[in-house]
Ligand binder design. Structure first.
Ligand code: BGC
Length: 380
């Protein structure tokens, strides 16, 4: 009897221990599985068009993703496409991704989407081109007014060397761009124009005694075929064109192709390009483009993802304080530009600024020093 009662109690105790052990095991498993598999971090970078320029941004995005062990998605429309950019952004907001960087083709149209992302707790920054009226946390990219200004100073200098700029002369200057809404395009053109107008007054040989005829801006909406057609018809209508400005990456190559097709000898028109890519280097080497303004777009992608990651890891304020000089008064990180040509050029501009243009070899060495694979930039 006694023996039976003891063994019954023992059985109950054993069953209780087994149940407790199972429950504890399940609880421990659940605890550790949530600890070991944190929510996946997904960062999205939205560009503006398909071009080797954007492939360099993408390389920076992927590199940062790899280094951080996070998912880094890069997306671009085939050409300028405001609705596609914004609906893509909206769907990533709905998916509750961890952070978004966008290069808004139309800052006004993008503002409600940028603000919506932020309201939902997703950090949003702009790269390449800004939307300062929005609540974007920071702009990470080229200082475009200054970059356009440098292009204008170079154009003036080379046109003067060529003998186009003389007292009493009339010179035609044409600008071809991919957008009339994106801020980078508007700022580059404003800087370019201001530099040339400034030189026309400050240059002691001219002192305002010159007539500058502005053609365009022609807008190709980031469509290379349209860019070429616009460049060609501008050249056919203005065989005396003195200066051509390619505001976006494929505008310089479009001018160069049109110059060839229209039978202009290389160097007759002072062509200034933007960017150093596999598309922009051949016009320089062939002598159709004289100088290009190289952006450091690799870092827009690379630092873009790293900064968004740091915001989720250390908090937005802390990440911005660490990364942006002069934050919170300043909310811009200028990635910088370099002037590039086939040869090294140095001169003092009409404004007194000392201008240095790097040769392709010097630029290649600089890229290597900065950790950018030169073959990504069309420099083998
Ligand atoms: C601009 C981009 C543009 C790209 C291709 C670059 O110069 O910074 O905004 O999308 O050219 O057109």
């Amino acid at each position: 009897m006694l023996y039976k009662a003891i063994s019954k109690t023992l059985a109950v105790v054993i069953i209780a221990i087994v149940i407790i052990a199972i429950v504890a095991g399940v609880v421990a498993y659940m605890y550790y599985s949530t600890q070991q598999a944190p929510t996946k971090l997904v960062f999205v970078v939205i560009g503006k068009s398909v071009h080797p320029y954007w492939s360099v941004v993408e390389a920076g995005v992927k590199k940062a993703g790899q280094e951080l062990g996070v998912e880094a998605i890069f997306w671009v429309p085939s050409k300028e496409d405001v609705p596609a950019q914004l609906s893509t952004m909206d769907s990533y907001i709905a998916q509750k991704v961890t952070g978004i960087a966008i290069a808004p083709s139309d800052p006004g149209a993008a503002t409600p989407y940028i603000n919506k992302g932020l309201q939902q707790g997703i950090p949003v920054i702009t790269i390449d081109t800004d939307a300062p009226q929005s609540n974007r946390l920071v702009y990470l990219g080229t200082g475009n007014y200054k970059a356009g200004w440098l292009a204008g100073l170079v154009a003036w200098q080379l046109a003067k060397e060529k003998g186009y700029i003389k007292p009493g002369a009339t010179i035609k200057v044409a600008m071809l761009t991919g957008s009339l809404t994106a801020m980078n395009s508007l700022e580059r053109m404003a800087g370019f124009k201001d530099a040339i107008m400034n030189c026309s007054i400050k240059d002691p040989d001219i002192k305002g005694n010159i007539n500058i005829v502005w053609l365009g801006p022609y807008n190709d909406q980031e469509d290379p075929v349209q860019a070429y057609n616009l460049a060609l018809s501008a050249l056919q209508a203005n065989p005396d064109l003195a200066i051509a400005f390619g505001v976006y990456a494929y505008d310089g190559p479009a001018w160069a192709k049109a110059l060839k097709a229209a039978g202009f000898p290389p160097g007759k028109v002072i062509l200034i390009e933007f960017d150093v890519t596999s598309d922009n280097v051949p016009p320089l080497v062939e002598g159709y483009a004289l100088v290009t303004v190289g952006q450091r777009q690799y870092f827009m992608g690379y630092y873009g993802v790293k900064l968004l990651y740091n915001m989720t890891k250390y908090g937005i304020e802390q990440a911005l304080k660490q990364f942006i000089p002069g934050y919170p008064n300043n909310r811009i990180y200028d990635t910088g530009v370099d002037l590039v040509s086939t040869r090294h050029i140095e001169f003092t501009a009409c404004t007194g600024e000392r201008i240095v243009v790097l040769s392709l070899d010097e630029y290649k060495a600089l890229a290597q020093q900065l950790g950018i694979d030169p073959s990504l930039l069309g420099l083998s």
